[in-house]
Design a protein around this ligand. Structure first.
Ligand code: AMP
Length: 190
């Protein structure tokens, strides 16, 4: 299964993606995690990405598309993969579509995690205290939510037209949210 997980910053994407990938036994690629790792390793990609991440902006498409293309070409992704935080722009969605088509693959399911904006902000500020992420400052959080609305919501509309999007209430405990996700996934597989 090829799945995409969408959600505004703070919607719980990372937590749920990990659980879902374990449940489905498929690889999980978070572009945010991959970029943070590249930054920690001080690679050219990581150095280029850092300024965009810290400004709450999207990293340029060609850089992110390269990371995902590499991952999807690995043998463990032949039968499926869960992409978390990708695609975030229409250009990325088109690049992904082209890659999958070339390999006779398709997107089976797109999940959107939703939560009210106050809750998103609160969760990210709490995470800032725990994880110390450089992009969890109040200004950057507001910027990231704006970027999500302006650039990523149109991507969801694009998939909505294809009839593969399921919106899931992302409020409540991680276990409650996962149960909602599991039900949607099970239904789509049957
Ligand atoms: P995330 O961990 O998914 O919240 O991503 C953290 C940051 O990494 C984002 O605010 C962007 O700066 C960058 N990033 C992650 N995924 C993408 C993507 N698909 N396209 C562009 N930038 C991304």
């Amino acid at each position: 299964m090829f799945l995409l997980l969408f959600g505004a910053p703070g919607a719980g994407k990372g937590t749920q993606a990990q659980r879902l990938a374990d449940f489905l036994e498929i690889p999980h690629l978070s572009t945010g995690d991959a970029l943070r790792q590249a930054r920690q390793d001080d690679t050219p990609l990581g150095r280029k990405a850092a300024e965009f991440i810290d400004a709450g902006q999207l990293v340029p498409d060609e850089l992110v598309v390269g990371v995902v293309g590499e991952k999807l070409s690995q043998p463990d992704c032949t039968d499926g993969c869960l992409l978390d935080g990708f695609p975030r722009t229409l250009a990325q969605a088109q690049a992904l579509g082209a890659h999958l088509q070339e390999n006779s693959q398709q997107i089976d399911l797109v999940l959107e995690l939703t939560a009210p904006e106050e809750e998103l902000t609160l969760r990210m500020l709490q995470r800032a205290c725990i994880e110390g992420r450089s992009d969890d400052t109040p200004e950057t959080i507001a910027q990231r939510i704006e970027v999500y609305c302006n650039e990523t919501m149109p991507v969801l509309d694009y998939y909505r037209q294809q009839g593969v999007v399921h919106s899931i209430d992302g409020t409540g405990t991680p276990t409650e949210v996962f149960e909602r996700i599991r039900q949607v996934v099970e239904k789509s597989r049957s």
